[in-house]
Ligand binder design. Sequence first.
Ligand code: P6P
Length: 354
Amino acid sequence: HAADAHRTDLMTITRHVLNEQRRNPESRGDFTILLSHIVFGCKFVASAVNKAGLAKLIGLAGETNVQANRTDGCLTLCDVRQGEEQKKLDVLSNEVFVKALVSSGRTCVLVSEEDEEATFVDPALRGKYCVCFDPLDGSSNIDCGVSIGTIFGIYMIKDKDNVTLEDVLQPGTNMLAAGYCMYGSSCTLVLSTGSGVNGFTLDPSLGEFILTHPDIKIPKKGKIYSVNEGNARNWDAAVAKFVEKCKYPKDGSPPKSLRYIGSMVADVHRTLLYGGVFLYPADKKSPNGKLRVLYEVFPMSFLMEQAGGQSFTGKERALELVPTQIHERSPVFLGSYDDVEEIKALYAELAKTS
Ligand code: P6P
């Protein structure tokens, strides 16, 4: 009964991580517990993101959070009363993730795109992990229905009882795990705990993330480049040359396609599955580019390397960067191994002539 087997032998994200954790004998399940709290946060945000569209669409209570005040929990227009002021989805998502991570009892410090300062967990509730995350990256795209996402990276902290900001400012090579959850036509969570990359899709009827993309490997070379061409006049010579080569190849090969969604999780997810290269270069306007090291560049670079690709800053391997402050930015070129090699060669040439 092969058909039944796939129904009864569902590989959920929790089972998958437990299997992976079984490989390191000293694991006591802390990571699995931490991950289950991150997964909860993703399920909450997936539900809130979907509702947000609906609330705007039918103009429920002037786009505020709506509460059914009937005992049977069903919501009717006459029941709808002015809820509390609609929290912006990214603020709401941040609160959910911070509360979930703190209550997991497995974290001692958190860095969020939404919070100016790092959050040091109450000593009584501390665990050994640090999580850096962007709770809702690309949230400016919600109103037009473009996919957005949560991005996270996980580190171990040596001494949780004396954790300081210096413990957070580690190179990406120390990351234990990283992932993103994309809220789009389906809700897909892509995760690596250091032994390859796996994709899970939320089955809303079960409320479980099911393994749908085992052992993702990015194609060695791609036919797509992904960059905001609107910044072209500010690019350096290496980026300008690379993009020129994509559009007017000298070796007679067909031009590459440009795909740019403007939501990092969506652009990176397409790059991971289809191949190609995603670029957010430095430019005269922003000398360090736009994307943040701890919770955008590092997690996505970790995933790309785990999938057989690579990630470069224009100067070095992205994961070898050592950040000096928690919201630091860096240029990033990530994706198919051979495509990033081409960019590295162009920067090496530029370094020789400058
Ligand atoms: P630009 C979204 O605002 C974001 O932080 C990333 O998700 C996305 O890749 C980038 O900015 C888009 O930036 O300057 O091209 O609009």
